[in-house]
Design a protein around this ligand. Structure first.
Ligand code: THG
Length: 369
């Protein structure tokens, strides 16, 4: 495979950590919310093994915040998501599908309730701020909507708890999953949540004070030596095994949350009103016609740069592969696929063509692990 370079510019934004990760050996970038997102530090498999055993620090500044502030902020945030936030609490994070009037997914952010009238929408890769502004203008809501200067550092892996305890004390280990609180470091307060885009445990530090955040970055590596800390990034193998969905890859605006297995975050039977509720009710009544599933493929290499069609033995198209990777845990390729009804059942076998060669596969449940 030939390698290319990303031509940096103001439009493809750097992060405060970019010079550090480049000194530390980043080998691939993706672009996320118009910002550089590291995609590899050498071997994916080495990083995967390291993440499952030690601790990594990730530059995930590309997970941008959309701040919604003001009298009508709760109204706007609720209008945007099919998850019922009427009982939401300050100091908690909520994974929330955002949908449009046709129930098509706009994004799948984590929403933080900072205050009764102040929210951060921690977005995946789509321009949620434009959607939010359009809705606020159309509804004449009394809100301010902007992108604050927040650059998230994720600390992930089983040893993240010990490392963070060394810096912030015992209190940080007592935080519950998807809770957040404020912690002091070199003269600045940082919002820290127990969350992150891996299933190996850890924290996300929402850095607003860049100077203190950079000092904290260096401290994490200094004190992390005894825990074998390394720079890392969201890991394709780990996130597929764990079925953490990637907007733009596994799901997009042509999918609704019920097709994507996000039923847990869809509240159709409460009083709250949100955009797309009527349409979602209709979809629920009629039943979905396709479903996001896991797949196993009898090969050891894959590179999914666009969706790849899936066929049954009679050559009927029965689905499409959207992400895939070699899993060292299973010893073959695993992936995430949108399967058509009635072919989405576990153990359904299929054929898929990769680089001109046909391979056998089977449908399975998500998550893999
Ligand atoms: N952290 C923050 N912002 C983000 C992400 C993140 N923005 C972009 C992207 N990731 C949004 N997508 C997800 C997808 C899954 C999860 C978080 C963000 C996630 N899911 C858990 C799960 O599926 O098990 C828990 C969800 C729950 O039950 O509440 O963590 O990672 N700041």
């Amino acid at each position: 495979m030939k390698n290319y370079f990303i031509a940096k510019s103001r439009r493809i934004r750097s992060t405060p950590y970019t010079s550090r990760i480049e000194n530390q050996g980043v080998t691939a970038y993706s672009v996320y919310n118009h910002m550089l997102l590291p995609a590899a530090f050498g071997s994916l498999e080495d990083s995967y093994n390291h993440l499952k055993e030690h601790v990594q620090v990730w530059d995930v500044a590309g997970e941008r915040q959309v701040e919604v502030f003001g009298k009508d902020s709760a109204k706007l945030v609720q209008l945007m998501t099919c998850r019922d936030l009427s009982k939401s609490k300050v100091g908690r994070c909520y994974y929330c599908p955002i949908i449009d009037d046709k129930a098509g997914l706009i994004n799948d952010p984590v929403i933080l309730k900072l205050d009764e009238e102040r929210w951060w929408i921690s977005i995946a890769d789509s321009d949620v701020i434009l959607f939010a502004k359009g809705l606020a203008i159309g509804n004449k809501f009394d809100v301010k909507i902007f992108e604050p200067n927040v650059d998230i550092l994720a600390v992930q892996g089983p040893k993240s708890f010990k490392l963070m305890e060394k810096i912030f004390g015992k209190k940080i280990t007592e935080m519950k999953f998807f809770g957040f609180d404020y912690f002091e470091f070199s003269g600045a307060k940082h919002l820290i949540a127990r969350s992150g885009w891996s299933k190996q445990g850890g924290y996300e530090i929402y850095v607003e004070n860049t100077k203190s955040g950079l000092a904290l970055y260096d401290k994490l590596f200094e004190l992390g030596k005894e825990f074998n800390v390394k720079p890392g990034c969201p890991n394709l193998i780990e996130r597929i095994e764990s079925a953490l969905l990637s907007y733009g890859n596994d799901i997009d605006n042509n999918d609704n949350p019920l097709e994507c297995g996000l039923d847990k975050y869809v509240n159709l039977d409460t009083e709250v009103n949100f955009l797309g509720k009527e349409k979602l009710n209709e979809i629920r009544k009629q039943g979905i016609k396709r479903k996001l599933m896991g797949v196993k493929i009898e090969t050891k290499t894959i590179n999914v740069a666009k969706s790849i069609k899936i066929f049954d033995e009679k050559n009927n198209e029965i689905g499409e592969l959207r992400s895939g990777v070699y899993s060292p845990h299973f010893g073959h390729v695993i992936g995430i696929a949108m399967m058509l009804k009635p072919y989405w059942n576990k153990s359904q076998s299929f054929k898929i063509e990769l680089n001109g060669k046909s391979f056998d596969g089977k449908v399975c449940d998500l998550p893999f692990i």
